[in-house]
Design a binder for this molecule. Structure first.
Ligand code: NAD
Length: 486
C-alpha cells in the first residue's frame, strides 16, 4: 500500500518483514483521538500468513545476528538510537495524532527515551563478561546465549517508548524480533522500521507486523518456533498469552495493569504531594504506573485535599498538539465508554463523586479529571484499574492502616510514598507490595534497575541485566580442572 500523510509526515501502513514493506489483503481503520472523524490510515491487517512470514524471516536471520559479537550488534543499535534522536519531532508528531499523548512531552522526553533504550542495552551487553569460578574440581563458566526469535506485543499507551524498552534488550542479547504494536496506535512503530532500514540492519532481524491481537497477535504467540515472548498490556490478555507460552513451554514476561497507591503521610511536604498527585491525571490517566488511589493520613486530609484541588484546577484540557494543553483526550470511544462505566457504576453504588465524573462534551473524547470517595475499600473503582483520569481518595489513621490499604488490591505494579522521614520511607517501602516504589518523586527511572509487577500486575522482570538474562539462555559450562589449555 502507498504511504499515508499524517499532517505532513509520511508513514507506511504496512508490515515490515525481512526489511521489506508487506501489505495484507485486508486492513483496519486507525482514527485520531484528537478528532474521531479523522481517519489516519487503513493499516495492514495481519493474520496467520503474516505471522508465518515474519517468523520465518526472524528464524532465517537468527544464526547470522546471534553469531555477531555484542560490539557488532551494538554498532547497529547505536546507529538506530542516533536516528531516533534525529527523528524525534516526526515520531512525536505522529504519535500525538495517533494516540493523543501531549506532543511537547513526547518531543522533550518520551521519544528520546526510546533512543536511550537502544544505547543502554547495547552498552550493557558489551560490558558483560561471563561469571567464572572454581568448585568441585571444575571451572564453571556461565554463558549467556541468544535465545532465538522473540515476539514483543505492546499496548496502545506510549507505543514507541514501550516497544523500544522491550525490543532493545532482545536485539542486544542476540535475538531476532517480531514486534506487534496495538491496533489503536500502530503508526509510530512503523516509523521506527524506516529507521531500522536506514540503520542497515540485516533483513529479518527486526520485523513489525500490524493487526488485531486476537488475529495476528494470537498467531504469533502460539507459534512453537518462538523462543521468547515479551508482553505489556492488560492482565486479561496477559493470561491468554501465558496460556500460549505454557503450551509451548516458552519463557515470557508480562508487564500488566496497575492500581498504585499514593500514600501521603502527615509529615510530608503536602504541597509537593498535592502537585504530584495532580500529575496522575496526565495522559488522561492512561498510565499503568500512576498512583490512582490517594491514601492520605486522616489528620492532614483536609489540608491535602484543598491543595490538591488547586493543583488540579491548573490542568488545561485541550488539543494535544497545543503546548498549553496538559490534559489530552482518551484514546478511543470504546475506552471513553469504559471509563464512564466505572464512574457511573461508582455513583450508582453509593460512592461519592467529589469532582468531575463526566465527559467534557458530546463530541470529543475528553473526560473530566475525577475524584471519588468510595463508600468502602471493596468498591469496584478502588479494586479495578480504570486507566482514565479517575482517582479515589481514602484516609488512614496510622502507618499500619496505610500499608494495609496500599496492599489491599490484587495489583502490585507501583506505589508512591510522600513522607519527610527516610526511616519511614524505607520501613513502609519494605512492606508495600509493588515492583517499583517512588518516595517523594514519580517516574524517575534507572534503566539498569529491575522493572515489573507483583500479583496480577505481571510476571518476570525486565530492565538492565534482568532483561538481558530473560532474553538469553543461560548455560553453565563445567570444565574439569587439569583440562589442558590450547
Ligand atoms: P491489551 O491487553 O488489550 O492489549 C495489549 C496488546 O495485546 C495489543 O497489542 C493487543 O493487540 C494484543 N493482544 C490482544 N489480545 C491478544 C491475544 N489473544 N494474543 C496476542 N496478543 C493480543 O492492553 P491495552 O488496552 O492495549 O493496554 C492497556 C493495558 O496495558 C492496561 O492494563 C495498562 O495498565 C497496561 N500497561 C502496563 C504497562 C506496564 O509496564 N506494566 C505499561 C503500559 C500499559
Amino acid at each position: 500500500m502507498s504511504r499515508v500523510d499524517v499532517e505532513g509526515v509520511s508513514v507506511s501502513p504496512d508490515h515490515f518483514i525481512n526489511n521489506e514493506r508487506v501489505s495484507s489483503p485486508t486492513t483496519f481503520e486507525d482514527r485520531s483521538p484528537l478528532d474521531w472523524s479523522w481517519k489516519l490510515a487503513d493499516v495492514a491487517r495481519g493474520g496467520a500468513r503474516e505471522a508465518d512470514l515474519a517468523l520465518s524471516a526472524a528464524l532465517a536471520a537468527f544464526p547470522g545476528w546471534s553469531a555477531l559479537t555484542s560490539e557488532q550488534r551494538g554498532h547497529y543499535l547505536h546507529r538506530l538510537a542516533d536516528l531516533v534522536d534525529e527523528h524525534v519531532p516526526d515520531i512525536a508528531h505522529v504519535e500525538t495524532r495517533d494516540m493523543a499523548m501531549l506532543e511537547e512531552s513526547l518531543r522533550l522526553r518520551v521519544i528520546s527515551r526510546g533512543a536511550r533504550n537502544f544505547r543502554a542495552y547495547a552498552d550493557l551487553a558489551r560490558e558483560y563478561s561471563p561469571r567464572r569460578w572454581s568448585s568441585n574440581g571444575t571451572e564453571n563458566v556461565v554463558l549467556r546465549q541468544p535465545a532465538g526469535p522473540t515476539v514483543v506485543i505492546t499496548p496502545w499507551n506510549a507505543p514507541f517508548m514501550l516497544s523500544t524498552w522491550k525490543c532493545a534488550p532482545a536485539l542486544a542479547a542476540g535475538n531476532t524480533v517480531i514486534l506487534k504494536p496495538a491496533e489503536w496506535s500502530p503508526l509510530s512503530c512503523s516509523l521506527l522500521m524506516d529507521l531500522v532500514e536506514e540503520a542497515g540492519f540485516p533483513p529479518g532481524v527486526f520485523n513489525l507486523v500490524q493487526g488485531l491481537g486476537e488475529e495476528v497477535g494470537a498467531a504469533l504467540v502460539n507459534d512453537p518456533r518462538v523462543r521468547r515472548i515479551s508482553f505489556t498490556g492488560s492482565p486479561e490478555t496477559g493470561r491468554l498469552i501465558g496460556e500460549a507460552a505454557a503450551k509451548n513451554l516458552v519463557p515470557f514476561t508480562a508487564e500488566l495493569g496497575g492500581k498504585g497507591p499514593f500514600l501521603v503521610f502527615a509529615d510530608a511536604d503536602l504541597e509537593a504531594a498535592a502537585e504530584k498527585a495532580a500529575v496522575m491525571y496526565d495522559d488522561a490517566g492512561q498510565v499503568c504506573l500512576a498512583g490512582t488511589r490517594l491514601l492520605v493520613e486522616k489528620s492532614v486530609v483536609e489540608e491535602f485535599t484543598g491543595l490538591f484541588r488547586v493543583a488540579v484546577s491548573r490542568h488545561v484540557l485541550g488539543d494535544s498538539r497545543d503546548p498549553a494543553t496538559t490534559l489530552s483526550p482518551l484514546i478511543h470511544p470504546d475506552h471513553l465508554a469504559r471509563v464512564r462505566g466505572f464512574v457511573d457504576r461508582a455513583r450508582e453504588s453509593g460512592d461519592h463523586v467529589v469532582f468531575g465524573g463526566s465527559p467534557t462534551s458530546t463530541s470529543g473524547l475528553w473526560f473530566e479529571p475525577t475524584l471519588i470517595e468510595p463508600r468502602s475499600n471493596d468498591s469496584e473503582v478502588v479494586q479495578h484499574e480504570v486507566f482514565g483520569p479517575v482517582l479515589t481518595l481514602q484516609t488512614f489513621a496510622d502507618e499500619d492502616e496505610g500499608v494495609a490499604l496500599a496492599n489491599s488490591t490484587p495489583y502490585g505494579l507501583s506505589a508512591i510514598i510522600y513522607t519527610s522521614s527516610s526511616e519511614r520511607a524505607e520501613r513502609v517501602g519494605r512492606r508495600v507490595r509493588a515492583g517499583t516504589i517512588w518516595v517523594n518523586c514519580f517516574l524517575v527511572r534507572d534503566l539498569t534497575a529491575p522493572f515489573g509487577g507483583i500479583g496480577i500486575s505481571g510476571i518476570g522482570r525486565e530492565g538492565g541485566e534482568y532483561a538481558l538474562d530473560f532474553y538469553s539462555d543461560l548455560t553453565t559450562l563445567q570444565i574439569k580442572e587439569g583440562t589442558t589449555h590450547g
